[in-house]
Design a protein around this ligand. Sequence first.
Ligand SMILES: CC(C)(COP(=O)(O)OP(=O)(O)OC[C@H]1O[C@@H](n2cnc3c(N)ncnc32)[C@H](O)[C@@H]1OP(=O)(O)O)[C@@H](O)C(=O)NCCC(=O)NCCS
Length: 146
Amino acid sequence: MIQIRPFSPEDRPAWEPLWQGYLSFYRSALPAGVTDVTWRRLNDPAEPMHGLAALLDGKIVGIVHYLYHRSTWTVGDYCYLQDLFTSEEARGRGVGRALIEAVYQRAQADGASRVYWLTHETNAAAQALYDKVASRSGFIQYRRVF
Ligand SMILES: CC(C)(COP(=O)(O)OP(=O)(O)OC[C@H]1O[C@@H](n2cnc3c(N)ncnc32)[C@H](O)[C@@H]1OP(=O)(O)O)[C@@H](O)C(=O)NCCC(=O)NCCS
């Protein structure tokens, strides 16, 4: 049975290896100060940023982070699902799907008009999951980094 629940501040030791695993998956690393701020925001009810943990046998094996922002196209906010990660040992057991569906439920309850996210074009495993739970928008992301 997969349990899904919001983070609490004591979850940091369980959350951090998954967060680092996610960053490594995308060949990224962040300064420790950024991870500190992110964790603080994820646990601050005044922030529009939220996180959920997925537990199997009482152990956190998956995480998702999402945030709300305004939209010029709708009265309700949009929900951006920014990060999703399942530990390697727990993959293929429905954890990723359960986390996405939990974000859907919360976003709808919070009055959001959509949940959306990005993935890399080479991430076939993620796309195999996403194609089952959402539709492709056809939009391409551009960015300029400062
Ligand atoms: C992508 C990821 C989150 C999927 O998590 P997961 O817990 O293994 O996914 P699930 O077990 O919920 O899979 C759900 C569905 O997707 C499909 N799927 C998941 N991984 C797959 C894979 N590697 N190949 C083919 N299909 C796959 C499954 O068939 C499953 O379908 P079913 O529910 O009908 O059986 C996980 O592989 C991961 O953390 N990868 C590294 C980080 C990453 O890519 N994050 C997403 C970045 S955008």
